[in-house]
Design a protein around this ligand. Structure first.
Ligand code: AMP
Ligand code: GLY
Length: 418
């Protein structure tokens, strides 16, 4: 098959790493890709927001299958337009991608289908939102409705913080002012990844992320500073509960709405005393969770993604390595604030060993040099017999990379190791 992969992050490098191993793959293109992906795929420059250009490229290059990595093109309906043009594409439709694109949509769906989640209110008027916050009291969680790159959520421990968060949303900080206000849930967080073909669900694997920039889970939220898989807290029993009570009813709900969900369902869960509850859905693979998932994946990824589009996931099987995979995200100094681009990174060409992969996220080529080109820059990923083993291996590789302008958290995996 000829495949076009859309995206440029560590997630897409990890997907390219898995796709490149497929015996079914004849040719891999990626757009825009990055220098790491460029070693596995032919990089092409396509304006992804212009769907007719993407369709034109697929037709002229006889692309059999498109894999969409990030959420923005899904929410913009790229898969709908490719499908209409007769091109097979992996990922949910625009309607179904609302599971990620609109927190209000997901909360309403959960309520209607009895899916366990935090109780909530949904508001388009500031005064009503403030009245609700005051009536509920703190701690309470305030969320902007649309996509906000992980920055639209305030877990307010005091009423004053909650009020400020509401004020900011209605002042237009995240686009149109609509907000969801939620009950504060207590428990460990874990991510549960499944594939759906609109009818059948194939559970993939679990992972845990590290959202805060600083060691000990301190400082501002980020896109993710590191991850590991599996998540020890997600026992087989809890996975079964999450599958039956959360993911399967969601797939039923979307099918009943006439928009079957095809693609990855990435459920962000909090394991409360009453069992797993949904905090959010993502309509795509996680970043950096995909990096650890793809290290553990034994099966061929490509036919699994095709089965999600074809509706044949009931016949699919997936197997995973038993080891833990752990990834450390190396960032440019300043992240998640402003960063300087262009600093040189050396040492990437060395042999890190069979159980280590360095995935590129925000890198670029400057002549023959690899340079930093974003906030999250490299994902140093290792397999190990235990979380501790994988951690030691990943940091040994981190220490072999010469990049004075970079930094990382030194405690990725602490929860699993504890
Ligand atoms: P989200 O963008 O919805 O994933 O939220 C970002 C982070 O906020 C989550 O990873 C949680 O740590 C936290 N969070 C979100 N919703 C809740 C909730 N209802 N209770 C407690 N923490 C939450
Ligand atoms: N690492 C969090 C995400 O992909 O949304």
């Amino acid at each position: 098959m000829k495949v076009l992969l859309i995206g440029s992050g560590g997630r897409e490098h990890a997907l390219a790493f898995a796709l490149a191993k497929s015996p079914l793959l004849k040719k891999l293109y990626a757009t825009p890709g990055n220098p790491g992906i460029g070693k596995l795929a032919t990089l092409v420059s396509i304006k992804v927001t212009d769907h007719s250009t993407v369709i034109g490229f697929c037709k002229s290059h006889q692309i059999d299958f498109v894999v969409v990595g990030p959420e923005a093109p899904l929410v913009a309906g790229l898969v709908d337009d490719l499908t209409k043009a007769g091109i097979k594409a992996f990922g949910p439709s625009k309607f179904a991608a609302q599971l990620e694109g609109s927190k209000g949509f997901t909360k309403d769906l959960c309520e209607k289908y009895g899916i366990p989640t935090a109780s909530y209110g949904r508001f388009t008027k500031e005064a009503k939102a403030l009245a609700y916050v005051r009536a509920q009291g703190a701690p309470i969680v305030v969320k902007a409705d649309g996509l906000a790159a992980g920055k639209g959520v305030t877990v307010a421990m005091t009423l004053a913080e909650a009020e400020t968060a509401v004020n900011e949303i209605f002042a237009g900080r995240f686009g149109e002012g609509e907000c969801v206000i939620e009950e504060f849930l207590e428990g460990e967080e874990a991510s549960f990844f499944c594939l759906s073909d609109g009818v059948h669900v194939l559970p993939l694997a679990t992972a845990q992320d590290h959202k805060r920039v600083g060691e000990g889970d301190t400082g501002p939220n980020t896109g993710g500073m590191g991850a590991y898989s599996p998540a020890p807290c997600m026992t087989a029993a809890l996975c079964a509960v999450a599958l039956e009570k959360i993911v399967k009813p969601t797939v039923v709900a979307l099918a009943e709405m006439g928009h079957p969900y095809k693609g990855v369902l990435y459920a962000g869960l909090i394991l409360t005393k009453q069992g797993p509850k949904l905090i959010e859905y993502n309509a795509r693979f996680g970043d950096p969770e995909t990096q650890v998932l793809m290290m553990r994946l034994e099966s061929d990824l490509l036919p699994l993604l095709v089965a999600s589009v074809d509706g044949t996931l009931d016949k699919a099987k997936v197997s995973w390595r038993d080891e833990t995979a752990l990834t450390v995200v190396m960032c440019a100094k300043g992240y998640p604030g402003d960063v300087t681009k262009g600093s040189h990174i050396n040492g990437l060409e060395q042999n890190f060993g069979a159980e280590v992969e360095v995935f590129h996220a925000g890198t670029a080529l400057d002549g023959e040099f690899i340079v930093a080109n974003g906030g999250r820059v490299l994902n140093v990923t290792a397999l190990g017999k235990s979380p501790r083993d994988a951690q030691i291996r990943a940091y040994a590789a981190v220490d072999g990379i010469d990049w004075p302008e970079g930094f990382c958290r030194r405690d990725i995996g602490w929860r699993a190791i504890k």
